[in-house]
Design a protein around this ligand. Structure first.
Ligand code: KG4
Ligand code: ZN
Length: 336
């Protein structure tokens, strides 16, 4: 039984996994405390982890119906993420591993996002392409063997993450934070073709897997400003629908291109933005047309959590991987 700890951003997560089965899944979020600042404040996140750590772990053990001494290993996110936040999780995980006398495994946060899907849909169909889209990441990954081979990083955002784009444009449109769900809701009655927002980095010659979303924020600000100058009423629903369409189009186009280029038959989409109704619908439509299987875990496993870290820990234990020494440090800007 592996306990997984996640604390790289604003979620304190603890999960327990045994032989690929999820036994416990507990998450405490400090999102509400960051809302009035319009984004995650690292200092507040660290303090919230410190407060939530023990209650979250205790709740996970109770969900699984076990005591600390029954654990076989502890796995923890060592990076990438906010350094203060990561340190709280790592210090806690080391203490638990030392106290329980079990090995500690350091886990790459993105490997966790990939493994989350196995908790619901079974072993990872390898090779697979994984699109991780949240407030912190926009990454396209090629996974050949999650525990034995490094994950191949096909592309990343050059500036803002997709969720960050939703959050920033929502603020421009006067919608609340977090902006993704607000834009998704507002878009329902809007016309996605009302505004021709750009599709960044989709021309031939551009890096096929790189993303750029900061231009969309500028385009949205310009659209709002033009309306204001002309004294026209702002149709928030149209702005939201057009933005969502642009983001969903770019994300799914590039993800499918990655599958095609690498002859991969499975696409996995994870992260908070995987909740977006248009991203989901377009991914389903385009995967079906291309004969590609689409796997999207449930939202509670899609967003940051400890169960996904436990899932990687479980795979590492079963593959006979070396545990981390107890003086292991965090790696806030960990490469893949
Ligand atoms: O994975 P997550 O909970 O946290 C990290 O960023 O790691 O993702 C949060 C992000 C936020 O930017 C939020 O606006 C976005 O996911 N999001 C959405 C939706 N729900 C959450 N974006 C678009 N549409 C949604 N329905
Ligand atoms: Zn994440």
């Amino acid at each position: 039984m592996v306990l997984g700890i996640e604390s790289s951003c604003d979620e304190t997560g603890a999960g327990i996994v045994q032989d690929g089965r999820l036994l416990a899944h507990v998450v405490a979020s400090s999102m509400d405390e960051h809302a009035r600042f319009g984004g995650v404040v690292p200092e507040i996140a660290s303090r919230a982890h410190l407060q939530a750590f023990v209650p979250v772990v205790r709740e996970a053990l109770s969900q699984a119906g076990i005591r600390l001494g029954q654990l076989d290993a502890v796995a923890v996110t060592t990076g990438p993420g906010l350094s203060g936040a990561l340190q709280v999780g790592l210090a806690g995980a080391k203490t638990l591993a030392y106290t329980a006398g079990v090995p500690l495994y350091g886990v790459h946060h993105l490997a966790g996002h990939v493994a989350a899907d196995t908790l619901e849909h079974g072993p990872l169909p390898e090779p697979c392409v994984v699109l991780i889209v949240s407030g912190g990441h926009t990454s396209l990954l090629l996974v050949r063997d999650l525990v034995r081979e490094p994950i191949l990083h096909l592309g990343d955002t050059l500036d803002d993450a997709a969720g960050e784009c939703f959050d920033k444009v929502a603020r421009i449109l006067g919608l609340p934070y977090p902006g993704g769900p607000a834009i998704d809701g507002a878009a329902r009655t809007g016309n996605p073709d009302a505004i021709a927002f750009p599709r960044p980095l989709t021309k031939g010659g551009d890096d096929p897997y790189a993303f750029s979303f900061s231009g969309l924020k500028t385009a949205a600000a310009r659209w709002v400003e033009q309306h204001r100058l002309r004294g026209e009423e702002l149709l928030i629903a149209d702005g939201a629908a057009a933005l969502q369409e642009a983001v969903a189009d770019v994300l799914t186009r590039k993800a499918l291109r990655a599958c095609r280029d690498h002859d991969v038959r499975t696409l996995i989409v994870v992260g908070g933005v995987a909740a977006n109704s248009r991203v989901r619908a377009l991914a389903e439509q385009r995967c079906a047309a291309a004969g590609i299987e689409l796997r999207v875990p449930s939202m509670t496993l899609c967003t940051d959590n400890g169960a996904m870290i436990a899932a990687v820990g479980d795979l590492l234990v079963r593959s006979g991987a070396e545990p981390a020494p107890l003086d292991v440090s965090i790696d806030p800007s960990a490469p893949l």
